[in-house]
Design a protein around this ligand. Structure first.
Ligand code: A3P
Length: 327
């Protein structure tokens, strides 16, 4: 790419960054947005800027926890569960100032590249919390890992069946663009872009696979959860998450129904109906209500044609061959 073609958003970056950006492969998303391929994943200009700032300026702390996911995989749910797990000793569920009643999970667990590092590589993180900081990201594993250096901070990833991710992505995009949820959008170019992995954050299969491998290599630092298992056996999965984060449930908590309380507070039905989620808006754009829809496993069957399903199944089979990852 010619340096004069650098998007306006990125023109004020330093020379080294401009030169890096101009060397990146280019393509376009389903809606015509320019995408750049960086460290194996495609990003739009705004996201790329956040990713580069983050890599340049993030200073990890040993106790940091990072929630990672490909978009539309259950990020909001995992954020809510994590917040509630960590807050449970401080806040009663019945209390009016429980954080989940006052803010959307995305406000409580900010995205690194989409919120904190969008404009600067040195955001003020002192307001976040004292020792324990909770962040989130949709970045690919290697890109995240590079910035974490050798820090022992923990990463919790949630992966989801890609067909359901695609349908959720279609709904959310239409809601955000405030357009009708039309089949033609899914059928044509969105499906193709998704299958090629040329959308913001790139290929969902590579994304999930890289975090999966990382969790096998380093299970103390990377926990891999599946949306489908969270739905099927929420109690067990919450226990796994609590153990991983170093805050397992005590026998008294188990007996007093603490696990169920967390699951109830964080259920889709409950979160969706909280005032803050019905009417609020995130700092950087999307309305809170857009993060909550059906939350069904296998919902894609209602929308994808058998041919579309077959194509995605074939891609998954090829990409996941040799790994024992299944959705
Ligand atoms: P659907 O569009 O299939 O309903 P993300 O949080 O990564 O953006 O993912 C959004 C998906 O998670 C949406 O899926 C949404 O309905 C679902 N979701 C949001 N909150 C949830 C919750 N508390 N429990 C279960 N699913 C939830």
């Amino acid at each position: 790419m010619d340096e004069t073609e650098i998007p306006k958003k990125l023109q004020n970056e330093d020379e080294e960054t401009i030169s890096l950006i101009s060397s990146l492969p280019l393509d376009v998303d389903f809606d015509g947005t320019k995408l750049f391929k960086y460290q194996g994943y495609w990003y739009n200009d705004k996201t790329l800027q956040g990713v580069l700032h983050f890599q340049r300026g993030f200073e990890p702390k040993d106790m940091d926890i990072i929630i990672a996911s490909f978009p539309k995989s259950g990020t909001t749910w995992l954020k809510a569960l994590t917040v509630d797990l960590l807050e449970r000793s401080k806040q009663k569920h019945s209390s009016d100032d429980h954080p989940l009643l006052l803010d959307n999970p995305h406000g409580l667990v900010p995205f690194l590249e989409l919120r904190l590092f969008t404009e600067t590589s040195k955001p003020d993180l002192t307001t976040i919390s004292s020792s324990l900081r909770l962040f989130s990201t949709h970045m690919g594993f290697q890109t995240l890992r590079e910035a974490l250096k050798n820090s022992p901070c923990k990463i919790v990833y949630v992966g989801r069946n890609m067909k359901d991710v695609l349908v959720s992505f279609w709904y959310t995009n239409c809601a955000q663009l405030k357009i009708e949820v039309e089949r033609s959008i899914l059928d044509s170019i969105m499906f193709e872009s998704f299958c090629r992995g040329v959308i913001n954050y790139g290929s969902s299969w590579e994304h999930v696979l890289n975090y999966w491998r990382a969790s096998l290599e380093d299970s103390k630092y990377v926990l891999f959860l599946k949306y489908e298992e969270l739905k099927k056996e929420p109690r067990d999965q919450l226990n796994i998450l609590a153990e991983f984060l170093g805050c397992p449930f005590t026998v008294e908590e188990e007996e007093s129904g603490s696990v169920e309380e967390i699951l109830d507070l964080c259920s889709l039905g409950n979160l969706k109906n909280l005032e803050i989620n019905k009417t609020g808006k995130t700092l950087k754009g999307p309305e809170h209500k857009n993060f909550f829809r059906e939350g069904e496993v296998g919902d894609s069957k209602n929308y994808l044609t058998p041919e579309m399903e077959k194509i995605i199944d074939m891609i998954i089979e090829e990409k996941f061959r040799g790994s024992d990852l299944k959705f």
